[in-house]
Design a protein around this ligand. Structure first.
Ligand SMILES: Nc1ncnc2c1ncn2[C@@H]1O[C@H](COP(=O)(O)OP(=O)(O)O)[C@@H](O)[C@H]1O
Ligand SMILES: [Mg+2]
Length: 394
């Protein structure tokens, strides 16, 4: 080995100040001063209280930071489908969230580790509700003023994301969190992507079926911010109708429901429509009417105009989040209520899991209570941003 070649001592601690070993280049490199962000704390510094959610990519716990006494949400990254031991979707989520700061986007406070790279947790500000479980358990639906308050916040969060070149790609009620102060936060960036101009092809099987835009259902590989807008329209419709607007049971059924609600698209309103891949496999039913008015007979003209500007088939002609924020629907009566005046609700997600809590009583501070978190005492890792850069997560 040449005298000046970098030497990596595998037994040395990863924490060695200012140096990091590159898996791809096989050598050690200096960490730039601006990226020395310290090390990740261990998950054992958190006391697990209860499980609040489990989705596609992670399990989420309510937990107490024993150092600060603060209640936080801990999202454990799922390790299935990982590449080279790294949960790609989780690292994408971290990478995106680390760069976002907005009052309508969930706040990633830090990343903590279990034993090693095989358990990574996101520490987020805890939000008392998610809209899905709230809608399932509310004694009476949100009033129109409350719906406006929620949707304004969703559009503000979306505008921020889209101006920062992020497409969320999985907007739905379970990914909208609400705090006790009435603040709505867009969460779950497991499917989110940064986009460039021009937009590069991406897999069309994103966005939960009920919220999926027609261009995705018809197999378009080009995804734009318009897919988030379609999903936000489905959320607005759901809040106003008090039930999911387009609850398809399969992709074909979803397309049928969309056509039934908005009429059959054609090349005139959506140039290029007839050459979308999925249309090779079937012909659409002819349905010439838009049934939105029929679905919301009580809604004001401004409200209907907003929905119609969102549910435009041609993605390029669909309203943007900035357009939606300007809608006269939000300026007319009933006026959007102030977030601080939103009612507070019982925390169903915690109540439901009382049995869990009883089981854990008495063991809370024993190592057993960390079973789900991974075993005690972590290897201290250089802050995850370094990893992200090096595994080329952009
Ligand atoms: N910061 C948070 N505060 C409170 N609950 C949360 C938080 N983040 C997620 N949750 C709960 O966990 C559920 C799953 O989290 P999410 O980030 O959507 O993960 P997944 O990718 O598994 O769907 C959410 O629907 C919500 O109920
Ligand atoms: Mg989710």
């Amino acid at each position: 080995m040449a005298a000046d070649s970098p030497v990596h001592d595998a037994s040395a601690s990863l924490e060695r100040v200012g140096q990091f070993f590159s898996a791809s280049l096989g050598n050690a490199f200096e960490i730039p001063e601006c990226e020395k962000l310290g090390t990740c704390r261990s998950v054992t510094e958190f006391e697990k209280l209860n499980r609040v959610g489990e989705g596609t990519y992670g399990i989420v716990y309510r937990a107490r930071d024993t150092k600060t006494d603060e209640i936080v949400a801990l999202k454990k990254m799922r390790m299935e489908n990982e590449k080279d031991g790294i949960p790609i979707s989780g690292l994408r989520e971290i990478n995106i969230l680390l760069n976002l700061r907005h009052k309508n986007i969930v706040e990633l406070k830090e990343v903590v580790v279990g034993t090693s790279l095989d358990s990574i947790f996101l520490v987020m500000n805890y939000c008392e509700q998610d809209l899905a479980s709230l809608l399932d358990n509310m004694p009476q639906p949100f009033s129109e003023a409350q719906v406006k308050c929620i949707m304004l916040q969703v559009f503000r969060g979306l505008k921020y994301l889209h101006t920062n070149f992020i497409i969320h790609r999985d907007l739905k009620v379970s990914n909208l969190l609400m705090t006790d102060k009435g603040y709505v936060k867009i969460a779950d960036f497991g499917l989110a992507r940064k986009f460039g101009v021009p937009v590069k092809p991406m897999t069309p099987r994103v966005v939960t079926l009920w919220y999926r835009a027609p261009e995705l259902l018809f197999g378009s590989k080009i995804q734009t911010i318009a897919i988030d807008i379609w999903a936000s329209g489905c959320i607005l419709g759901e809040l106003l109708a008090h039930h999911p607007l387009l609850p398809g049971r399969s992709e074909i059924h979803q397309i049928d429901m969309i056509v039934e609600m908005f009429g059959t698209p054609n090349d005139k309103i959506w140039p290029g429509f007839s050459s979308l891949p999925a249309l090779e496999n079937f012909t659409l039913k002819k349905q010439p009417y838009n049934n939105l008015r029929h679905t919301f007979p009580w809604l004001s003209e401004a409200g209907l105009r907003l929905l119609n500007s969102i549910f435009v088939y041609h993605p390029d002609k669909r309203a943007t989040a900035a357009d939606c924020l300007e809608s006269s629907y939000f300026k007319e009566k009933p006026h959007p209520c102030d977030p601080e005046l939103m009612p507070t609700f019982p925390e169903h997600r915690n109540l439901k899991r009382r049995s869990d809590q009883h089981e854990n009583k008495g063991k809370a501070r024993s190592t057993n209570s960390y079973q789900d978190f991974g075993s005690a005492f972590s290897t201290q890792l250089p802050f995850v941003s370094i990893l992200l850069k090096h595994w080329n997560m952009a």
